[in-house]
Design a protein around this ligand. Structure first.
Ligand code: PLP
Length: 454
């Protein structure tokens, strides 16, 4: 685990100096690059030389390195090394079809895909002969598939999801022309089961398809699966009258490594779980995993002669490199490595929370989350500089493996410097975020942040 105490004063001062120097150089470099988009225009009649193309890519890689050093707001882990897999870029790999049946196109990586799926099936407690799944293009495709399975099971079902759900869920409801009931959330971001109960009782004549967030996008709020199942039971919905899809984009792989957290388990009456592979695990391109119950899949699938396989996925051609990235990411870390990484991210998130609150900035962190929520910076340049994601009054930092204590220290220091300008050293009051994070986490003049630092 990283040592917070390890930051002695001399080291800190030296780091601040380097970081400031670095940031000036980075800014100059980025400004030059931003004003120079023409470099990428494809205008030549004859092809470019490899040397010229190589130079463009090298320069672009430098820009990306600078960006990734300050990627705090988007849940994409930038700390990975897939160099070992470089030889595989010589091949087009395509996993079109059902990974369990294979395909007549032999340049596929379905063996890797099934290993990855078996691993997730074990993680989420479903027997090998009872599950089906595939490697998707990301969390959105996992949601598209999970909710489609639910709708095929319960064609006239109503989709229930909390207001904090990812925008893909509402898009899916529109795409599938499903009636969608948006349920209020608690301050933590998790679904308010009292509100869910009211909505279920108002629509008792229709089955329920429920999307649950295993980590909401903005606050990392985790819907309580057991309480939702109890609520369904209380409202008189039997197991064949509901379908639960779990959207675990970021946290679906983290939660199983936190001992006190609720279990994501197919021993509970849930229908599907999905995660994104590029978030916590850090795959270099978007991908994801979807696991559902095998018994549901026949209703969706069609045999397809041309690939000698079965079509049960959302897309046709599927990236064959993605399952290998996922396989490599899991195999390289092992269970112990994943567990340490989860705990380390939570530790650094708590560190950031304490730094912000200690500096008088309102902030919130859910118990099983690596997402720190705080007041929205007033300057969009600052937000862009740190790749922060914001929504109305609040912004967040998602603490992943690439986020170091040094990065967080630099971020907080710059934030404080900027705030002293925005708020004229206390002469102007900071915005109230009590409605977003709760009054005890708000530092405005009325709520004055409870100074109890965890
Ligand atoms: C809760 C949740 N669901 C779904 C998604 C979409 O995932 P992807 O970007 O992999 O499609 C996200 C992305 O941030 C998310 O936070």
């Amino acid at each position: 685990m990283e040592s917070v105490e390890g930051n002695n004063m001399a080291g800190t001062v030296a780091f601040i100096h380097d970081a400031n120097k670095l940031s000036r150089e980075e800014e100059r470099h980025e400004n030059v690059d931003e004003n120079n988009n023409d470099r990428f225009a494809i205008t030549q009649c004859i092809g470019e030389t490899d040397t010229h193309l190589g130079a463009l890519i090298t320069r672009y890689a430098q820009t990306l390195t600078n960006y990734s050093l300050r990627n705090l707001g988007y849940p994409t882990n930038q700390d990975f090394n897939y160099e070992e897999l470089a030889p595989l870029l010589q091949f087009h790999l395509n996993n079109a079809g059902d990974p369990f049946l294979g395909s007549s196109f032999s340049l596929n990586s379905m063996k890797f895909e099934v290993s990855v799926l078996d691993w997730f099936a074990k993680l989420w407690e479903i027997e090998k002969n009872e599950y089906w799944g595939y490697v998707t293009t990301g969390g959105t495709e996992g949601n598209l598939h999970g909710i489609l399975v639910g709708r095929e099971q319960l064609p006239d079902g109503i989709l229930y999801t909390s207001e904090d759900s990812h925008y893909s869920i509402f898009k899916i409801a529109r795409m599938y022309r499903m009636q969608c009931v948006k349920v209020a959330s608690l301050i933590s971001g998790e679904i308010d089961c009292a509100q869910l109960e009211t909505s279920l009782l108002a629509n008792k004549d229709k089955p329920a398809i429920i999307n649950l967030n295993i980590g909401t996008t903005l606050k990392g709020g985790i819907d309580d699966i057991d309480l939702v199942i109890k609520t369904l039971d209380k409202c008189g919905f039997t197991n064949d009258q509901f379908y639960i899809h779990c959207d675990g984009a970021l946290c679906g792989i983290m939660l199983p490594f936190m001992k006190q957290a609720q279990r994501i388990s197919f021993k509970k009456p849930i229908g599907s779980v999905t995660i994104s592979g590029h978030k916590f695990l850090g795959c270099p391109s978007p991908c994801g995993v979807l696991i559902t119950r095998l018994k549901y899949i026949n209703a969706l699938s069609r045999d397809v002669d041309i690939i000698s396989s079965r079509d049960a996925t959302i897309t046709g051609s599927r990236c064959g490199h993605a399952p290998i990235f996922l396989w490599y990411a899991l195999k390289k870390r092992g269970l112990r490595g994943l567990e340490n990484e989860v705990h380390n991210c939570i530790f650094k998130a708590r560190y950031l929370l304490n730094q912000l609150r200690g500096a008088g900035i309102g902030a919130m962190l859910n118990e099983y989350s690596n997402i720190v929520v705080f007041e929205r910076p007033l300057d969009d340049n600052f937000t862009r500089r740190w790749n922060l994601a914001s929504n109305k009054n609040i912004a967040h930092v998602v603490v992943l493996k690439h986020v170091t204590i040094e990065m967080l220290d630099t971020f907080v220091r710059e934030f404080l410097q900027k705030r002293s300008v925005w708020y004229k050293d206390g002469q102007v009051q900071s915005i109230c975020i009590a409605n977003d994070v709760g009054s005890r986490n708000c530092a405005c003049s009325i709520h004055k942040l409870s100074r109890n630092i965890s």
